[in-house]
Design a protein around this ligand. Structure first.
Ligand code: NAD
Length: 485
C-alpha cells in the first residue's frame, strides 16, 4: 500500500527545496512502516550530500532575499499564525496519518502534534508582536540578529510537534531552515510543508530533506549551516555536538531521559494512578519526559503495587486508530526488541513482575508489548538507570523525602519528573531539589510559557518560552550608536 498524506504535488522521489517539491538526487529510499500492520506505508528519499547541499543553498539564498530578510518579527508572526490555522484545518486527517506512521494512539496524535503544534506557532507569533530587535544601552545599540541557516533534526515519536518546537522560533527570529525528519517517519512532515505553502511562506525559508542518520550527519557537517537544533537520543546528540564543535557551530540538544515520579507518603494515590497513562506511560511509553521510575514512600508501597495491578490491565491495548486505545504498538520492530530485552533482564535480575511481561496474545501482527511493571527494583540496576523508551516502568521504595530526592538524582539523565503530594508546598520543595530541567507537581503538563529542556545527559539549551527563541538569535553591539552628550 502506498499512501501520501496530502493531495498535493508530492511523491516518493521528492524533497522540498526552494518552495517546491523537487526530485531528490539520491536514489536511496527510507521506508515508513505501519507498526500496527507491519505493512509498508511508503518510501521517501534517503537524502544524500547533494540533496543537503541544494537545501542549504536555497536556505542561504532566502536568508538575504528581500522577501524574508526585510520582514519584521510582526510580519513573520503572521506566517506562523497562518501555518497554525492550516494545520488545524487538517487536524483530523493528519492525526490519522500520524497514527498510521508511528502507532501512537489516535486519542493523542492530533492533540500532541497538530493542536499543540499550532499552540507553539501561535505562542511565538504572540511573542513576535511585541518583539524589539534593538535596544540602546549606554551609547551602544544592541541588536538581535538571526543566527542564519538553522538545521533542524528530530525523532519519530512526535514528528510534527518536535519539528514545530524548533521551526516556530527559528522562523520568528528571521532564520531560514533545513528540516530533516526521522527516517522512520518521513511522510507526515508533508503537513508542515502544506501549512507553509498555504501560509505563503517565501521560497527557500523552509526546506525539507528526508533521510536517515547519514542525511542528518551531512546536514550537521555542512559549512553553510549556522546552527543545529536536535531532538533524539543522547548517543546521537553526543556525536552531533562533537561535529558542531569542529566548526564552533552553536547546537541545542533535547535528548533522552529516565525521570522519576516521586510519590510521597501523603500522596493521593488515585491522583497518580489516574495520570499514570500519560505521566509514566504516555505514547506507548515512547516519551522522553515520562516518569518511568516510580519512587514511592515505603508506607504506600503495597498500596501502589495493588493500584498498578488493578489499573493497568483495564487500559485498552489495541488498534491505535480506535479512540479508546491507550496502548498501541511500539513504533518499530527494533523498539519492541529493545523493550523485550529489558523485560528479559528484569526477569533475570529477579525483580517482582507485577503486570505484563510479554506480548498481548490477541495480535498476530504489530509491534505490541504488554504494559509492564517491575517492583522492588534496585535504583542502581540497568532497568532503573537506562532509557528503555517503551511501556515498562519500575517501582522502588524509599524511607524519607531526602532518600527520594537522592534516588531521583542518582541518574545520568535530568529531563522530566513529577512529585505527588497532597501538600502542594511540600511537593514544590521536593521538586526544587530534583536535578532536572522540568518537573511537575501532582502531574506533568508542559507549559509553553516555561522553558523546556534537560540537564546532565538529557541535553543543553531550551525550547518553549522566550528562552526557546533566544537560541536562534546572535547579538551584535554597535558602539557609539548614540553620541556621548
Ligand atoms: P536518534 O538519535 O537515533 O534519531 C533522532 C534523529 O537524529 C533522526 O532524525 C535520526 O535520523 C537523526 N540522527 C541519528 N544519528 C545522527 C547523527 N549522528 N547525526 C545527525 N543526525 C542523526 O533517536 P531515536 O532513538 O530514533 O529517538 C528516540 C530518542 O529521542 C530517545 O532517546 C528520546 O528520549 C529522544 N527524545 C528526546 C526528546 C526531548 O525533547 N528531549 C523528545 C523526543 C525524543
Amino acid at each position: 500500500m502506498t499512501l501520501t498524506p496530502l493531495h498535493i504535488d508530492s511523491n516518493s522521489n521528492n524533497i522540498f527545496v526552494d518552495g517546491s517539491w523537487t526530485a531528490a538526487h539520491s536514489r536511496e529510499r527510507v521506508l515508513a512502516i505501519d507498526p500496527s500492520t507491519e505493512e509498508p506505508i511508503g518510501p521517501a528519499p534517503d537524502g544524500d550530500g547533494e540533496d543537503i547541499d541544494a537545501a542549504v543553498g536555497a536556505a542561504r539564498a532566502a536568508l538575504v532575499r528581500a522577501d524574508w530578510a526585510r520582514t519584521t518579527p510582526q510580519e513573520r508572526a503572521t506566517y506562523l499564525r497562518r501555518m497554525a490555522d492550516r494545520l488545524v484545518e487538517r487536524a483530523g486527517e493528519a492525526g490519522d496519518f500520524l497514527t498510521t506512521e508511528n502507532g501512537m494512539p489516535i486519542a493523542i496524535t492530533a492533540l500532541m502534534n497538530i493542536h499543540f503544534g499550532a499552540d507553539i506557532l501561535r505562542y511565538y507569533a504572540d511573542l513576535g508582536d511585541s518583539l524589539q530587535l534593538e535596544e540602546l544601552r549606554g551609547t551602544s545599540l544592541v541588536r538581535r540578529e538571526p543566527v542564519g541557516v538553522a538545521g533542524l533534526i528530530v525523532a519519530w515519536n512526535g514528528p510534527l510537534m518536535l519539528a514545530i518546537a524548533k521551526l516556530a522560533p527559528a522562523l520568528l527570529s528571521g532564520c531560514t531552515v533545513v528540516l530533516k525528519p526521522a527516517g522512520e517517519t518521513p511522510l507526515s512532515v508533508a503537513y508542515i510543508i502544506d501549512a507553509a505553502i498555504a501560509a505563503g511562506l517565501p521560497a527557500g525559508v523552509l526546506n525539507v530533506v528526508t533521510g536517515g542518520r547519514e542525511t542528518g550527519a551531512q546536514l550537521v557537517a555542512h559549512e553553510g549551516v549556522d546552527k543545529i537544533a536536535f531532538t533524539g537520543s543522547t548517543q546521537a546528540g553526543r556525536a552531533i555536538a562533537t561535529a558542531c564543535a569542529q566548526q564552533l557551530k552553536p547546537v541545542s540538544l533535547e535528548l533522552g531521559g529516565k525521570s522519576a515520579a516521586i510519590i510521597l507518603d501523603d500522596a493521593d494515590m488515585d491522583v497518580y494512578l489516574a495520570q499514570l497513562p500519560i505521566v509514566s506511560m504516555g505514547g506507548n511509553g515512547q516519551g522522553c519526559v515520562l516518569s518511568t521510575r516510580l519512587l514511592v514512600a515505603r508506607s504506600r508501597y503495597d498500596e501502589l503495587r495493588d493500584g498498578l495491578r488493578a489499573t493497568i490491565p483495564t487500559l485498552p491495548v489495541g488498534d491505535p486508530h480506535d479512540p479508546a486505545t491507550v496502548f498501541g504498538p511500539l513504533a518499530m520492530e527494533r523498539q519492541r526488541d529493545k523493550v523485550e530485552d529489558y523485560i528479559r533482564l528484569g526477569k533475570a535480575e529477579g525483580f517482582d513482575l507485577l503486570v505484563g511481561g510479554g506480548r498481548p496474545a490477541e495480535f498476530d501482527k504489530g509491534y505490541y508489548v504488554e504494559p509492564t511493571v517491575f517492583a522492588g527494583v534496585d535504583n542502581s540496576s540497568r532497568l532503573a538507570q537506562e532509557e528503555i523508551f517503551g511501556p515498562l516502568i519500575t517501582v522502588t521504595p524509599f524511607d524519607s523525602d531526602d532518600e527520594a530526592i537522592a534516588l531521583a538524582n542518582d541518574s545520568g539523565y535530568g529531563l522530566g519528573g513529577s512529585v505527588f503530594s497532597t501538600n502542594q508546598e511540600r511537593g514544590v520543595e521536593v521538586a526544587r531539589q530534583v536535578q532536572t530541567g522540568t518537573i511537575g507537581v501532582n502531574g506533568y503538563q508542559p507549559d509553553l510559557n516555561a522553558p523546556f529542556g534537560g540537564v546532565k545527559q538529557s541535553g543543553m539549551g531550551r525550547e518553549y518560552g522566550p528562552e526557546g527563541l533566544e537560541v536562534y538569535f546572535q547579538r551584535k553591539s554597535i558602539y557609539g550608536a548614540r553620541p556621548v552628550s
